[in-house]
Write a protein that binds this ligand. Sequence first.
Ligand SMILES: Cc1cc2nc3c(=O)[nH]c(=O)nc-3n(C[C@H](O)[C@H](O)[C@H](O)COP(=O)(O)OP(=O)(O)OC[C@H]3O[C@@H](n4cnc5c(N)ncnc54)[C@H](O)[C@@H]3O)c2cc1C
Length: 383
Amino acid sequence: MSQELTEDQRAIREMALGFAADALEPKAVEWDEKKHFPVDVLREAAALGMAGIYVAEDVGGSALSRLDAVLIFEALAQGCPTVSAYLSIHNMAASMIDRFGNEEQRQSWLPKLCTMEYLASYCLTEAGAGSDAAALKTRAVLDGDHYVVNGAKQFISGAGASHLYVTMVRTGGDGPGGISTLVIPADSPGLSFGANERKMGWNAQPTRAVLFDDVRVPVANRLGNEGDGFKFAMAGLDGGRINIGACSLGGAQAALDKAVRYMGERKAFNRSLDQFQALQFRVADMATELEAARSLLYRAASKLDAKAPDATTFCAMAKRFATDTGYSVADAALQLHGGYGYLADYGIEKIVRDLRVHQILEGTNEIMRLIVSRSVFSEGNRS
Ligand SMILES: Cc1cc2nc3c(=O)[nH]c(=O)nc-3n(C[C@H](O)[C@H](O)[C@H](O)COP(=O)(O)OP(=O)(O)OC[C@H]3O[C@@H](n4cnc5c(N)ncnc54)[C@H](O)[C@@H]3O)c2cc1C
């Protein structure tokens, strides 16, 4: 462990590891092959308190810390990074309602989100607005006590299966100040979905476009004030980013563990692979790099818990480092399996495919560098 965990944190981690080993890992390869989104299993995770991890207790949440959440997502990802990652997005959407919603909104949506009777999606990206999210064009025009929403969101995780869409829309002028957040129910007339995208990994959860054609959304479904939406979206992503980093660490740890076991069994040149020092050293580097990433990730989570002024920078550093490290460790674990690593049955190539997208979503790793470099070159740091 990178830092001493409390007894409670160790218990939370053990609970999530047990769930990953029993409910996720045995099915993960099959779900990937069949493109099956295991909603029933997600509801089992919710029953253990993992769907509203940092949501307040009065609405059914677990009221845990960001560090606790990172421990949970890392542990779940040891069983299946894709399921863990969807759960992290659901948690991000739920926590935005908890933090920024009014009492009526919290009481009406969060109890169902915490049991996963309702699933949630986070809708920011559009075809013409990915990294430059503040350029989004989906428009919400006021009409009495409703907004009329038109536009399309691209790449939405859980779309089609989710019941609530926490959606960033333009209610005002250009730029971040013109953006608001609406919670849009799936059964709203005029809301529809694109086809489930065919993709390299993350096959155990759907990714679709969400299309809005004159969708009428009550003004009562707006979180906070008009113009607050971009701020809320970015606040959600701070936590989302370390959660995705945790999913990379968990997946990579599982790949490393598989490689170590395999190296003890596989023989070449009359020796098991774990007798070759070059390979032992490779494994030593993989373990060291993962531990370094884990330390940074836990530090970023602690900064977020403490509401430290540099928490956003640390979340960006940790997301970039944990997702790059996780991918390279998983890829190295595949290499240690030789040709067998390339076969689906060994479960390694799936981890590599799943972890690749973590370098792209919740802000690409180039955008993470942008956030970090802005902080490094800021006025305060130059003096
Ligand atoms: C499987 C999957 C699931 C997703 N789920 C969701 C979801 O649930 N909700 C949601 O809102 N979005 C989701 N996304 C979208 C994801 O967040 C975006 O794909 C991501 O933010 C990048 O945007 P883009 O694809 O438009 O790439 P672009 O913004 O077009 O970027 C293309 C390349 O240019 C680089 N680049 C762009 N600007 C700069 C710059 N200023 N400096 C340096 N490099 C730059 C990028 O890093 C990237 O390498 C998902 C994506 C995928 C693939």
